[in-house]
Design a protein around this ligand. Structure first.
Ligand SMILES: *[C@@H]1O[C@H](CO)[C@@H](O)[C@H](O)[C@H]1NC(C)=O
Ligand SMILES: *[C@@H]1O[C@H](CO)[C@@H](O)[C@H](O)[C@H]1NC(C)=O
Ligand SMILES: *[C@@H]1O[C@H](CO)[C@@H](O)[C@H](O)[C@H]1NC(C)=O
Ligand SMILES: *[C@@H]1O[C@H](CO)[C@@H](O)[C@H](O)[C@H]1NC(C)=O
Length: 438
C-alpha cells in the first residue's frame, strides 16, 4: 500500500472514531434540547429549554480519549494513602480487601484495591528493577495480586513520574518500560502515577511515556495521572490517562474539600467516558469533618463524576461512614452511563455560600444538589432557569438521602431548608418523560 493510501485510511479511521464519540454525545444530549420545529404537546423537548446546552457545556467531552477500554464510568475502590500514609504492609492490604467484600462495598462497585506510596524498597536491585519492601511486603506483589484477584477485586499500584516517589522510593522516570512490564507481570490492574522529584520536566513530556509503556505490555491497566493539576491537564491529559488530578492533595478538612470542589468544577466540560477529572480521593470516615460535611463531600464528588476512592480504614468502618459510602442512589448518579460531569449552576448568599449544583443524567433526568456552605441553616431554591428547564415543566423530585419522592409536580422552582454544611441531593424527572419515554 502506498504511503498516501495509508495516510488516507488513517484519517478515515480517525474520523470514524471521532464520529463515534461525537455522535454518541450528540444523540444523548440532543434529546434534552428544545426542538422548535416539532411539538406534539408533550414530549419532544422533554421539558428542557434552549439554555440547557449552554449551562451544561459538553463541547470538550470525550474529544481526546485514551482508548484502552477502561473508565467508561469513574473508577471506584479504595486507596491506602489518606488513612495509612506510609504505614502499610501486605496484611493491611489483604484485610482491606476482605473488608470490602464482607461489608458489601465491593458489590456496590468499589473494586480497585490501590496501594499508594511506600510499597517499594528504597533502591532498585542489581538489575535495575523495583523491589517490594521485604519487611512490609515479604510475599511480593504478585502474591498479593493473586489474593486480590481471588476475591474478584483488582489491584492498583503506585509510582512517580520523577527520580523518586514523594516518600523517596525509586521513581519510574526513564524506567517506564521496565517498570510497566514488571507491574504487568505481577498482574497489576491500575497505576497511580505521582509528580514528586520531577526534575523540572513538564508533565506533558513525563506522562505519555508511561502510557505507551503500559500499552506495550498488552495488559489493560488503568492509568491515573497524579500531576496535581500542573499545566491544566484537562486540556491535554484525555489522550494520556483515564483520569487526571486537577488540584493539589486533599486533606481531611472542610476548607480543603470545598476549595478542591470549586477548582475541579472549572474543568467540567472536559470529563467524559474514558477520562475523568480527579479532585482527589475521599476523606469520608477519617474524622476531620462532620457527618453533614462528609455527606456533602460524597454527594458533590458523585455529581462531579469524580473517582470514588474510599480513603478510610474499611476494616473499622462506623455505621455513619458506611451509610454515606454505600448510598446506592448517589453511587448511581456517579456511575450514570451518560457520563456528564455535574457543576455549580447557581449561587447566592454571603460569598455565594448557598449553592445549587446539577448535572444531566441518562433518561432526560437531572441530578441536583442543594448545598449550604454558609454557617447557618437556610432555604436554598433551585429555579428552573438555572437548571435549563422550561418554566412550565412539571418535575418529580426524588431525595437520594431520604430515599423517597418529596414532590411529584414541582413547577418553576424547588426549594427546601438545608442545615449548615449539609446538602440535599435529588433526581429531577420532568413529567413529560414519565408520560412519553418511560
Ligand atoms: C501492618 O500495618 C498496619 C496498619 O498500619 C499495622 O496496624 C500493623 O501492625 C502492621 N503489621 C505488621 C506486621 O507490621
Ligand atoms: C493500546 O492502544 C491502542 C490504541 O489506542 C488500543 O486500541 C489498545 O486497546 C491499547 N491496548 C492496551 C492493552 O491498553
Ligand atoms: C488543608 O487544606 C487547606 C486548604 O487547601 C489548607 O489551607 C490547609 O493548610 C491544609 N491543612 C493541612 C493540615 O495540610
Ligand atoms: C476503630 O475506630 C474507632 C472509632 O472510629 C477508633 O476509636 C479505634 O481506635 C479504631 N480501631 C482501630 C484498631 O483502628
Amino acid at each position: 500500500m502506498s504511503k498516501a493510501m495509508k495516510g488516507i485510511i488513517f484519517i478515515v479511521v480517525l474520523c470514524l472514531i471521532d464520529v463515534g464519540i461525537e455522535g454518541r454525545v450528540v444523540s444523548l444530549l440532543q434529546s434534552f434540547e428544545k426542538e422548535s420545529t416539532t411539538s406534539d404537546g408533550f414530549g419532544h423537548n422533554h421539558g428542557y429549554s434552549k439554555s440547557f446546552n449552554g449551562i451544561f457545556d459538553t463541547s470538550n467531552y470525550g474529544i481526546l480519549q485514551l482508548n484502552n477500554g477502561l473508565a467508561r464510568t469513574p473508577q471506584m475502590g479504595w486507596n491506602s494513602w489518606n488513612f495509612f500514609a506510609c504505614n502499610i504492609n501486605e496484611t493491611v492490604i489483604k484485610e482491606t480487601a476482605d473488608a470490602l467484600i464482607s461489608t458489601g462495598l465491593a458489590d456496590l462497585g468499589y473494586v480497585y484495591v490501590n496501594i499508594d506510596d511506600c510499597w517499594s524498597f528504597v533502591t532498585r536491585d542489581s538489575e535495575g528493577q523495583l523491589v517490594p519492601d521485604p519487611k512490609t511486603f515479604p510475599s511480593g506483589i504478585k502474591a498479593l495480586a493473586d489474593y486480590i484477584h481471588g476475591k474478584g477485586l483488582k489491584l492498583g499500584i503506585y509510582s512517580d513520574a520523577g527520580a523518586f516517589t514523594c516518600e523517596v522510593r525509586p521513581g519510574s522516570l526513564f524506567h517506564e518500560k521496565d517498570d510497566a512490564s514488571l507491574f504487568s507481570s505481577w498482574g497489576v490492574d491500575y497505576l497511580k502515577y505521582d509528580n514528586c522529584f520531577n526534575l523540572g520536566i513538564k508533565p506533558e513530556k513525563r506522562y505519555p511515556p508511561m502510557r505507551d509503556a503500559l500499552n506495550a505490555t498488552g495488559r489493560t491497566i488503568f492509568y491515573s495521572l497524579c500531576e496535581w493539576g500542573v499545566d491544566d491537564p484537562a486540556l491535554w491529559a484525555g489522550k494520556v490517562g483515564n483520569s487526571w488530578r486537577t488540584t493539589d492533595d486533599i486533606n481531611d478538612t472542610w476548607a480543603s474539600m470545598t476549595t478542591i470542589a470549586d477548582l475541579n468544577d472549572k474543568w467540567a466540560s472536559y470529563a467524559g467516558p474514558g477520562g475523568w477529572n480527579d479532585p482527589d480521593m475521599l476523606e469520608v470516615g477519617n474524622g476531620g469533618m462532620s457527618y453533614q460535611e462528609y455527606r456533602s463531600h460524597f454527594s458533590i464528588w458523585a455529581l462531579m463524576k469524580a473517582p470514588l476512592l474510599v480513603g478510610c480504614d474499611v476494616r473499622n468502618i462506623t455505621a455513619e461512614t458506611f451509610e454515606i459510602l454505600s448510598n446506592e442512589e448517589v453511587i448511581a448518579v456517579n456511575q450514570d452511563p451518560l457520563g456528564v460531569q455535574g457543576r455549580k449552576v447557581y449561587e447566592t448568599g454571603t460569598d455565594g455560600c448557598l449553592q445549587v449544583w446539577a448535572g444531566p443524567l441518562s433518561g432526560h433526568r437531572l441530578a441536583v444538589v442543594l448545598w449550604n456552605r454558609c454557617s447557618e441553616s437556610a432555604t436554598i431554591t433551585a429555579g428552573w432557569e438555572a437548571l435549563g428547564l422550561e418554566f412550565s415543566t412539571s418535575v418529580s423530585v426524588r431525595d437520594l438521602w431520604q430515599h423517597k419522592y418529596v414532590a411529584v409536580d414541582a413547577v418553576a422552582s424547588f426549594g427546601t431548608q438545608v442545615d449548615s454544611h449539609n446538602c440535599h441531593m435529588y433526581i429531577f424527572t420532568p413529567q413529560t418523560v414519565a408520560r412519553s419515554a418511560i
